[in-house]
Design a binder for this molecule. Structure first.
Ligand code: NDP
Length: 287
């Protein structure tokens, strides 16, 4: 039987609809949530991602502004821009579009953005909070995945989850979130021996590698929930890490690429920005 396709775009629209009431409440307190998106250089894919985020802000009724910096921006200039945004009262969330040009170290962003405006959940404070189980801002992609699992009614507790990929922004926080929801989690990576032996044991399989079509039908347990985080360009098309055509006949649930985790990641950025504004409204002297 073909898998149930978990559509991220529809789920994201529901998130925006749900945020409207909270945005209206904030308006009563004269607070309009604002997201500052920082783009360095002119990577075409990054420009599209930024445009989608600006569009999502409009859909949720929140303010957005784009700070486009030249490809040759120095580390000092980037830090100065972020430090200025850290103090802007109208900016509740700061998002730096990754990847940065090679001469800029991404940890600069993690070390400079104020934790209370880090709506991407990438600062070390927020990653530490996630590790310790304290409230902060959770990284948007794994948070989006958890939201999709919940909306699809897929139980996590007691299940065996396999996360393929161990990056700081996706794989590791994904494993932490699944663990904190009482899944038993295996993390795989490029040095894992016999990847299929692990993935075949997964009730929930999350692929986040950037390797087009890495996960094939024979690597999937029948009935499993297969979540494809990957975004790859292949023969002029956008495809995931999962061979959708083959895996959909084995899995119980599957997310498409495009239109799966991507839209939910953006919805989580917007949701975190509204949350950041609510925290400011609840403590008016914070900036
Ligand atoms: P990274 O390149 O930082 O990490 C990739 C991970 O995959 C690494 O841990 C790597 O292992 C592992 N890996 C690579 N090849 C294999 C393999 N053959 N077998 C098993 N593991 C492998 O990528 P990101 O985590 O940043 O992103 C992963 C994918 O998700 C990309 O396609 C990216 O575009 C996409 N993405 C999508 C988002 C969305 O909103 N949908 C958001 C963010 C990312 P090792 O550590 O050993 O090198």
């Amino acid at each position: 039987m073909a898998a149930i396709v978990i559509e991220g775009a529809a789920a994201a629209r529901e998130v925006y609809a749900g945020l409207k009431e909270r945005v209206a409440q904030l308006a009563l307190a004269n607070v309009r949530p604002g997201l500052a998106a920082v783009l360095v250089g002119d990577n075409p894919a990054s420009k599209i991602y930024i445009r989608n985020k600006v569009r999502a802000c409009a859909e949720a009724g929140i303010h957005s502004e784009v700070h486009a910096l030249a490809a040759g921006t120095s580390p000092t200039e980037l830090v100065e821009t972020l430090a200025r945004l850290n103090h802007e009262r109208d900016v509740h969330g700061i998002l730096v579009q990754l990847p940065l040009p090679a001469h800029l170290d991404e940890t600069l962003v993690a070390r400079t953005v104020a934790a209370q405006k880090d709506v991407d959940g990438l600062t070390w404070q927020n990653l530490g909070a996630l590790m310790a189980g304290h409230p902060g801002f959770e990284p948007c992609t794994p948070r989006g995945v958890m939201t999709m699992l919940d909306r699809a009614g897929i139980s996590v507790e007691g299940r065996h989850a396999v996360v393929v990929g161990r990056s700081t922004i996706v794989g590791k926080p994904m494993a932490l979130m699944l663990t904190s929801r009482s899944a038993t989690v295996t993390v795989c990576h490029s040095r894992t021996v016999d990847l299929g032996a692990h993935t075949r044991r997964a009730d929930i399989l999350v692929a986040a590698t950037g390797r087009a079509g890495l996960i094939t039908a024979e690597m999937v347990k029948p009935g499993a929930a297969v979540i494809d985080v990957g975004i790859n360009r292949s023969a002029g098309r956008i495809v995931g890490d999962v061979d959708f055509a083959g895996v959909k006949d084995v899995a119980g649930w599957i997310t498409p690429v495009p239109g799966g985790v991507g839209p939910m990641t953006i919805a989580m950025v917007i949701s975190n920005t509204v949350l950041a504004a609510e925290r400011v409204a609840a403590s008016p002297r914070a900036s």
